[in-house]
Design a protein around this ligand. Structure first.
Ligand code: F6P
Length: 360
């Protein structure tokens, strides 16, 4: 029996740890694990690669290079956002290549899980998804593979920026990844003791953002407060470009705070790479365990979720992992992004209620 695995969409630290765990668990349960290179494109082209090997006595074990894989960032299988898979012909070709597999594990974000759902419903392929996205924008799972490492990277970067900011008494606006979801900005702002956070879900226009930035800088550097650093974390998804926001904030404070510099740092892809943290290896491995189990039990069209923030889902042998139908995951992901999910509403409410606290 053999199981296929692919990584798709934006890579995230911990994907490799998931692949390693899937290879071990599959081997332990007597199944082979075969990797698909370059996401759904590779599935269409039949680009398979063995990840396990047969030992004497019909035993199966991960290839030696897979066994050491858990500590590496990125994804050993490569990843793409496949345009060909969006078309019915692409999906039909992909399904055909899976004919002699027990099932497919898809490790990826929103688009990847939507593709997995299409494969399952249109072609009856047995597919189990794992949420992997540094943005933490996947429904039904409290965290995704990669989020913790990305946050640790942001925290380290902000600590470094804070050192130099304090030396010169400067304000910084630090932009972090998160196209549709401001989770990385919100969570890191709390962790680094930022003075303010800006994210798309607040729905603020450019003038309001400039005014908020100027206000927090004025208050922080007021003589009676005497701060040496003002740090504002801004999510990538906020439509105003960071450089423009900084320029306008600088102009706005110029008269009151001559000599105070406002600087911009865009962390960009720096946040997506790096060796996975303990948590991402642990979460990625345990989700992969449940995914292999699910395939071997003949389950399909579901995602394994980590400590779901909502009731429901099917319990697994792991008390932190529950399986949700992919349809429900996709629906909840949409609501997370458009702001109608109670999870997003709660996040926004908590940040807004604590705006004054951050600025203290
Ligand atoms: O994986 C999610 C993400 O990192 C977003 O935060 C970001 O907007 C996007 O991917 C960047 O994608 P790309 O690497 O294709 O430019």
């Amino acid at each position: 029996m053999k199981i296929a695995v692919l990584t798709s969409g934006g890579d995230s630290p911990g994907m490799n740890a998931s692949i390693r765990a899937a290879a071990r668990v599959a081997g332990a349960k007597g199944a082979r694990l075969v990797g698909v290179e370059h996401g759904y494109d590779g599935l269409i082209d039949g680009r398979f690669r063995e990840l396990t090997m047969e030992l004497s006595g019909n035993r199966i074990a991960p290839l030696p290079e897979i066994d050491v894989l858990g500590s590496a960032g990125g994804t050993i299988l490569g990843s793409v956002r496949s345009m060909r898979f969006m078309k019915p012909e692409g999906r039909a070709a992909a399904a055909k290549n899976l004919a002699d597999f027990a099932g497919l594990i898809v490790i990826g974000g929103n688009g990847s899980l939507t593709g997995a759902h299409a494969l399952a419903t249109e072609h009856g392929v047995k597919v189990i998804g794992l949420p992997a996205s540094i943005d933490n924008d996947i429904g039904c799972s409290s965290t995704c593979i990669g989020v913790d490492t990305a946050l640790n990277t942001i925290v380290e970067a902000c600590d470094r920026i804070s050192d130099t900011a304090r030396a010169h008494r400067r304000a910084f606006v630090v932009e972090v990844m998160g196209r549709h979801c401001g989770y990385l900005a919100m969570a890191s702002a709390v962790a680094v003791g930022a003075d303010a956070v800006m994210f798309r879900e607040q729905g603020r226009g450019e003038d309001a953002l400039v005014a908020a930035a100027a206000d927090v800088i004025r208050k922080g550097f007021a003589a009676e407060r005497g701060k040496r650093r003002v740090l504002i974390i801004k999510a990538e998804g906020v439509e105003v470009p960071t450089e423009r926001l900084v320029k306008r904030a600088q102009e706005a404070i110029a008269a009151d705070l001559p000599g105070i510099d406002v600087r911009a740092t865009v962390l960009g892809h720096l946040v997506r790479g790096g060796n996975p943290s303990y948590q991402d290896r642990m979460v990625g491995s345990r989700l992969a365990y449940a995914a292999v189990d699910a395939i071997l039990e003949g389950k399909s069209d579901e995602m394994c979720a980590w400590q779901p923030p909502m009731p429901g889902g099917v319990a697994t042998m792991d008390p932190s992992v529950f399986r949700f139908p992919l349809e429900k995951v996709i629906e909840e992901t949409k609501a997370l992004i458009d702001g109608s999910s109670p999870v997003t509403r709660r996040r926004v409410k908590m940040m807004e209620a604590n705006e004054g606290t951050l600025a203290l």
